[in-house]
Design a protein around this ligand. Structure first.
Ligand code: ZN
Length: 160
């Protein structure tokens, strides 16, 4: 069986940035389970995984446009300071959940002034070239229920 759309796949991976610093890894927390072809992973990684089989290992260099997007200046915005009065110990670098349209985004506080607070809604990894080392651990068919929910059930997935 090879990886193709609607397969449940588990991978071990290590993600490093351009400076070689480890950003994220499955090491110590078990493989990552996902469903191929439905946007569970960033597009560049799904592309690299397509057609791979169990035991395959590879490195992938993924540019921002196939990763978490390019940094967009217009996603950095300033809001009146009083909007943030509820937040205790507000500080630069603090991350908040914000409702933007119909999606919840993690935003980062980038500036705090007496009359405004600046928020960056870019993904923290936007504009970053991602270096993945991946090994494929398992592949199986997704169940109809998993496809309906858009996520993996059972081992490494949701239990509900
Ligand atoms: Zn579910």
């Amino acid at each position: 069986m090879v990886i193709s759309k609607n397969k449940v796949v588990s991978i071990d991976y290590t993600l490093t940035g351009d400076d070689g610093e480890v950003i994220d890894t499955s090491e110590g927390q078990g493989p990552l389970y996902y469903i191929q072809g439905i946007g569970n992973l960033i597009p560049g990684l799904e592309e690299m995984l397509e057609g791979k089989k169990i035991g395959d290992q590879f490195n992938a260099v993924i540019p921002p446009e196939k990763g978490y997007g390019n940094f967009e200046e217009e996603l950095v915005q300033q809001y009146p300071r009083q909007y943030f009065e509820q937040i205790k110990d507000i500080e630069i670098g603090m991350q908040l959940q914000a409702n933007m349209g119909d999606e919840v985004r993690i935003v980062t506080i980038t500036k705090i002034e007496p009359d405004f607070v600046e928020i960056d809604a870019n993904h923290p990894l936007s504009g970053v070239t991602l270096n993945f080392a991946v090994s494929v651990k398992s592949i199986r068919e997704a169940t109809p229920e998993e496809l309906e929910h858009g996520h993996v059930h059972g081992d490494g997935g949701h239990h509900h």
